[in-house]
Design a protein around this ligand. Structure first.
Ligand SMILES: Nc1ncnc2c1ncn2[C@@H]1O[C@H](COP(=O)(O)OP(=O)(O)OP(=O)(O)O)[C@@H](O)[C@H]1O
Length: 277
């Protein structure tokens, strides 16, 4: 796996997308320009309905009805392709197959001989901490385990670009933190380009090299926040909090913090002797 090809770059230029509505086409994405260098981790964040999942679907090749250009590597998108893996909020494992067979299915088109396929599945299950669960069925897994199995299945296709549509949002806080850490390690080890859709500001600040903040009606890029912090990131450091503060600001979230430091001294109660005329 580690000798697999490195990540693919993504170039989106002047992307417009509309869905059919009752009163004619309804624009949902307008003039999206986005350049993602090979091996970069970016996150798309923004209010509900701003078109984050639509962007992922277009890059995955699941929808070809758009104008503008989307290129992955050297080639324009022509349809779904194993070089672009996708992970969803729900695990989408086949309930009638064991974890091992679900993961093997991810390499279905690879043409690997059975022994090589077995070795790949074993390696992937070890990598996501599920070696002990290879013969369980999805109904026997916790939410975090199921999402791990789903990551292994996607990696079995040897993707060079991974599209992650809120993959951890249904997990409890502890599983989410653990999986964010594991995803970061996988990303560093494989060099796969990652594009994450998230509503979680801390997740975005923890994982991303760059955070693309979108706004809605129609969906467009409001701003891009660069995140140069060294990894692994310290979630309680002032520098990490400064990135989060920039994201809150870019998303126009009221954090409850005073909006400006008062320039005049804060008035205090007069000393008792001054108060008496
Ligand atoms: N197949 C479709 N047909 C018509 N409209 C659609 C379709 N899919 C999405 N939309 C609309 O396009 C807009 C963008 O949807 P999309 O799911 O991409 O947003 P999102 O930012 O991912 O939202 P959320 O954060 O709630 O998941 C929304 O207004 C949605 O209702």
């Amino acid at each position: 796996m580690d000798s697999a090809p490195r990540g693919l770059p993504l170039l989106i230029s002047r992307l417009d997308k509309a869905y059919a509505g009752k009163a004619g086409p309804r624009p949902v994405l307008r003039d999206i320009d986005l350049q993602v260098e090979a091996g970069t981790f970016i996150t798309l964040i923004g209010p509900s309905g701003c078109g984050k999942s639509t962007i992922l679907r277009l890059v995955a090749g699941l929808d070809r009805d758009y104008s503008g250009s989307i290129r992955v590597g050297e080639a324009p998108i022509r349809g779904p392709d194993l070089s672009r893996g996708m992970l969803f909020q729900e695990h989408r494992l086949f309930p009638w197959l064991t974890v091992r067979r679900n993961v093997a299915l991810g390499a279905f088109h690879s043409g690997l001989a059975p022994a090589a396929l077995d070795a790949l599945v074993r390696e992937l299950l070890e990598r996501v901490g599920l070696a002990h669960a290879a013969d369980l069925f999805p109904s026997q897994l916790s939410g975090g385990m199921a999402q791990r199995a789903s990551i292994a299945r996607t990696l079995a296709g040897q993707p060079r670009l991974l599209l992650l549509d809120e993959p951890f949002s249904a997990l409890d806080a502890f599983n989410r933190l653990a999986l964010q850490l594991e995803l970061e390690r996988l990303w560093q080890r494989t060099g796969i380009t990652m594009i994450l859709v998230s509503h979680d500001i801390e997740e975005a600040a923890y994982l991303s090299d760059r955070i693309v903040v979108l706004e809605a009606d129609p969906g467009r890029i409001r701003t891009v926040v660069e995140n140069p912090l060294p990894r692994p990131r310290d979630r309680v450091s002032p520098a990490f909090n400064a990135i989060k503060a920039r994201l809150f600001e870019a998303l126009h979230v009221d954090t409850g913090a005073p909006s400006a430091v008062p320039t005049d001294p804060v008035p205090t109660d007069p000393a008792p002797e001054e108060a008496i005329p």
